[in-house]
Design a protein around this ligand. Structure first.
Ligand SMILES: [Zn+2]
Length: 314
């Protein structure tokens, strides 16, 4: 139906408030509108455009090229939330959420009681660096690979990342019962934190121990089998490697291929005692079978936990 007065004024929607808390952008409007949402990379940004919309009676209304900003200094993962009158004819309000330490982000949107709500879930966001001061020992468990990085391929053509996560989660279940240990996982699902992100996580946390879990492979020689444990140069890492290795050999009974110095990024660039476990050879038919069995994974998990506790004198 035809409206009274000027068509433009009637058609223009107004923003009355913009708020960002608990990973939610909440925009109060005169009436419902479906914004156009897009994302940009480097840095990760979410752009929300409200068509035919201007600023209403907000405290500080940006005009022309000027921009308003929300104070997001206390919000982890968010660099800033800024808003502006992006176009003036026809009017269009743009809100940009700029994220940091986030490699990708998912969102859902809904409108409740005149408020537009954008609900964000950050993917692959390293835990913010918050050294815990509980007196507990901080242990970082790193199930190798994940997501886009399958790792090596097993005898039955399964990716290494399945084994590393399965064993990692069993270690997690045991360590979470330890009252004197604060456990941080580099991943708990099939995602790929980069090796640099894993290192940074452990270093920022000032972790006491870092354990990276892997499965070995040499497809050209499927008869090769056994457990290898790696450290990089530091004497403390070597000691941790010796203790966990001893426990793993005892628990699984695989061939003892020894404790070795290895130049791997996650044990080289971490600053605490750090080891990389090659629990066994996934390229070996019978060893893969053993490594994928629940019973042996439970034994290996217990051995890793026993080793960590022995090293930490807990
Ligand atoms: Zn690996």
């Amino acid at each position: 139906p035809p409206s009274n007065g000027s068509g433009n004024e009637t058609a223009t929607n107004l923003v009355h408030d913009i708020n960002y808390t608990n990973n939610q952008l909440v925009v109060s409007l005169d009436r419902e509108v479906t914004p156009v949402i897009s994302t940009l990379k480097n840095p990760e940004r979410i752009i929300v455009d409200f068509p035919s919309t201007n600023f209403g009676n907000m405290g500080q209304v940006p005009s022309g090229a000027s921009m308003g900003r929300l104070d997001t200094s206390e919000i982890p993962g968010v660099t800033e939330v800024r808003y502006s009158l992006f176009k003036s004819d026809p009017v269009q309000v743009r809100i940009v959420i700029e994220l940091n330490n986030v490699s990708s982000v998912n969102y859902t949107q809904e409108t409740i009681a005149g408020k537009f709500i954008l609900d964000l879930s950050m993917v692959n966001q390293p835990t913010p660096a918050t050294p815990v001061s509980s007196g507990k020992k901080i242990v970082v468990i790193d199930p190798g690979h994940g997501g886009s990085d399958p790792g090596t391929t097993s005898f039955t053509k399964n990716p290494e990342k399945i084994f590393t996560l399965a064993l990692g989660l069993k270690v997690q279940a045991l360590l979470e019962k330890e009252p004197d240990i604060e456990l941080i996982m580099t991943r708990e699902t099939d995602i790929y934190p980069t090796r640099s992100e894993r290192v940074k996580l452990a270093n920022d946390l000032k972790a006491d121990v870092f354990v990276s879990i892997h499965g070995n492979s040499v497809t050209a020689a499927p008869q090769v089998s056994g457990t290898e444990t790696y450290y990089y140069q530091r004497e403390s890492s070597k000691e941790l490697a010796n203790i966990i290795h001893k426990n793993l050999i005892k628990a699984l009974g695989f061939t003892d291929r020894g404790v070795k110095n290895g130049n791997y990024q996650v044990i080289r660039e971490t600053t605490m005692p750090a080891v990389l476990l090659e629990v066994g050879f996934l390229s070996n038919k019978s060893e893969e079978e053993a490594m994928m069995s629940e019973t042996n994974q439970n034994k290996a998990a217990q051995a890793i936990v026993d080793g960590i506790k022995e090293y930490l004198k807990l």
